[in-house]
Structure formats: C-alpha cells, structure tokens
Design a binder for this molecule. Structure first.
Ligand code: HEC
Length: 127
C-alpha cells in the first residue's frame, strides 16, 4: 500500500505537463509539423522538395547558409558564412533580419522557444 502522501505526489507528477518536469525537453516533431505551416508558404521539405519562394530545407540542420543549388539567395545570406547549427537556426527564426541584415526572408520571427525546439525536431527528420 502506498502512503497517501506518496500517492498524491505520484498523481501530481503524472498530471504535471512535461515541460515543467524536464529543464530542457527535446522538441516534439509532431508539434513541429504544425509550426512548419508558418514556413510552408515559402519552404518545402521531403523527397520532392525544391526551391519555391524560398530554398528547400532538407538537411538544413548542419548545412552551410546559401548552399542549395536551385535557389537565388540574397548576397547578404550567401556572404554570411553561417553554418546552420541549432543555435544559429534558433537565432535566425527569432529575428531573421537582425541576424542577417538584408536577407530576403520576410518573416516576423518566432519568440516561443518551445515552438522553435519543436520546429527543429521536425526539420531534423528531413536529412
Ligand atoms: C514569406 C516567405 C518565407 C517564410 C514564411 C519563411 N521563410 Fe525562410 N526563407 C525565405 C527566403 C526568401 C529565404 C532566402 C533568404 C535569402 O536569400 O536572404 C529563406 C531562407 C531561410 C533559411 C536559410 C536557408 C539556407 O539555405 O541558407 C532558413 C533556415 C529558413 N529560411 C527557415 C525558415 C523557417 C524554419 C520558416 C518558418 C518558421 C521560414 N523560413 C519561413 C522565405 C521565407
């Protein structure tokens, strides 16, 4: 038999949403798929992805900025020397024009860290 205090604690920890339990929870790719709707008007991922309004984003985590062959990048992004690791992507998505002044990506930015983590988890599924 569990003591009442223990079972209350157990019930609480089950009821607590995950982000409160883990300090830096990994992103959720399924939630990231929803967040990608914000990008999908300009970007494609997946086997048949190609440049549309923006470059395709397959393999973006770890890719050099301005490196896809079928897209005409802005000089600003091409010259940036950025390698898109997760920190760089998070910074860019928060405020593209602040990180790369003169970029062609017109996007308000995402302030929500959780949503950025989810988005990166989603993008990592497309190497
Ligand atoms: C209104 C269109 C638009 C939206 C919406 C948009 N982007 Fe972009 N994005 C662009 C364009 C255009 C570029 C090329 C920028 C340049 O050449 O300066 C770009 C570039 C990028 C790059 C750099 C790619 C490379 O090959 O170096 C990343 C990463 C990126 N976008 C991610 C995202 C993500 C993730 C979202 C959604 C949260 C998003 N973008 C939303 C238009 C958009």
């Amino acid at each position: 038999m569990l003591r009442p205090a223990t079972s209350i604690l157990l019930a609480m920890s089950i009821a607590l949403p995950l982000p409160l339990l883990a300090a830096t929870p990994p992103g959720d790719p399924a939630a990231g798929a929803g967040a990608f709707r914000k990008c999908a008007s300009c970007h494609q991922v997946g086997p048949s992805a190609r440049a549309v309004f923006g470059p395709h984003l397959n393999g973006i985590v770890g890719r050099r900025a301005g490196a896809t062959g079928d897209y005409a990048y802005s000089p600003a992004l091409k010259r940036s020397g950025i390698v898109w690791d997760e920190a760089a992507l998070a910074r860019f998505l928060r405020d593209p024009d602040d990180m790369v002044p003169g970029t062609k990506m017109r996007f308000w930015g995402i302030r929500d860290e959780r949503q950025i983590a989810n988005l990166l988890a989603y993008l990592r599924q497309y190497p």
